[in-house]
Design a protein around this ligand. Structure first.
Ligand SMILES: [Zn+2]
Length: 277
């Protein structure tokens, strides 16, 4: 990470790498730690020695001189895809850099606003790297980020012990409860969603065949439901199978049942903060 200051009036030196950076004194004062240092040491010194690697120091100086803006967000269409909001990847701080930035922000007591923005960058990685983001968010007490991330986690049993042992047991248990609630609710909705509810919309020609297809599909799916299963999306496949595919009446009933299922599943809690236990 390179650092450059256009109007420096002060210097800091990485003792470890003996590298000197020209900086703006006022920018350093964003950090409570530097503010205190300047208060007790006065204005006489022109170079401040710090026991940081040059790499760490330039990362810190960048945070102080040019606090990163939040990622640029693009709203998605109305199809309720997850995630609904998409972050422009060019504007997101890469995940491997974030632990170090959080550590520096903590060590040098940077303002809450900087930590909050780092949290937004962290959350942007949640759909791709949910477990890593979840653990890092918990370790930084970013409860909002941790909670929002729980919607992307795989079933906890799928992870190895080594991957999850950094999660405090209370938080782990909460995720297990969330996932259990989701699976039970999805299974319940799936098994109670008939294709011709009370005979409504029933097709005179294919009533038996279509009911059989729908029922065997949902039975098969019910035993396989996991926390991330798109139950409505899976059942929608029935609309492309015979006799439903070629019959307007059956197709209409199938689409209606899938939509009802989608509507109900959307109301199931996705994140631990929405869990009422
Ligand atoms: Zn039909």
């Amino acid at each position: 990470m390179l650092f450059q200051c256009s109007n420096p009036d002060f210097h800091v030196r990485s003792v470890q790498d003996d590298e000197i950076f020209a900086v703006r004194r006022q920018a350093l004062c964003t950090s409570e730690v530097f503010r205190d240092m300047f208060t007790c040491c006065g204005e006489s010194e022109q170079t401040l020695d710090l026991y940081e690697s040059a790499d760490n120091l330039s990362a810190l100086l960048n945070l102080l001189h040019r606090p990163p803006p939040p990622p640029t967000q693009i709203k998605r269409d109305e199809y309720h895809l997850i995630p609904k909001v998409w972050n422009d990847p060019k504007t997101v701080i890469p995940l491997p850099l974030l632990p170090r930035l959080f550590a520096l922000a903590d060590k040098y007591a940077l303002p809450e606003s900087v930590v909050g923005v780092l949290g937004e960058h962290l959350l942007a990685h949640a759909p791709e790297e949910p477990l890593m983001v979840y653990i890092l968010a918990l370790s930084q007490d970013l409860h909002h980020v941790a909670s929002r991330t729980t919607q992307y986690l795989q079933p906890m049993a799928n992870y190895d012990l080594d991957e999850v042992k950094a999660i405090p047991v209370e938080a782990y248990h909460r995720v297990v409860q969330l996932q259990d609630t989701r699976v039970k609710a999805m299974r319940k909705y799936l098994l109670s969603e008939d294709i011709f509810p009370h005979g409504y919309g029933s097709c005179a020609t294919h009533s038996r065949e279509t009911t059989h297809l729908w029922n065997s599909k949902r039975m098969n799916l019910a035993v396989k439901v996991e926390t991330l299963t798109d139950v409505a999306g899976e059942m929608e496949i029935a609309a492309y199978q015979e006799p439903i595919q070629s019959c307007a009446v059956c197709r209409k009933a199938c689409v209606a049942a899938v939509e009802m299922l989608r509507y109900k599943c959307r109301k199931i809690p996705k994140t631990v903060d929405k869990l009422n236990l």
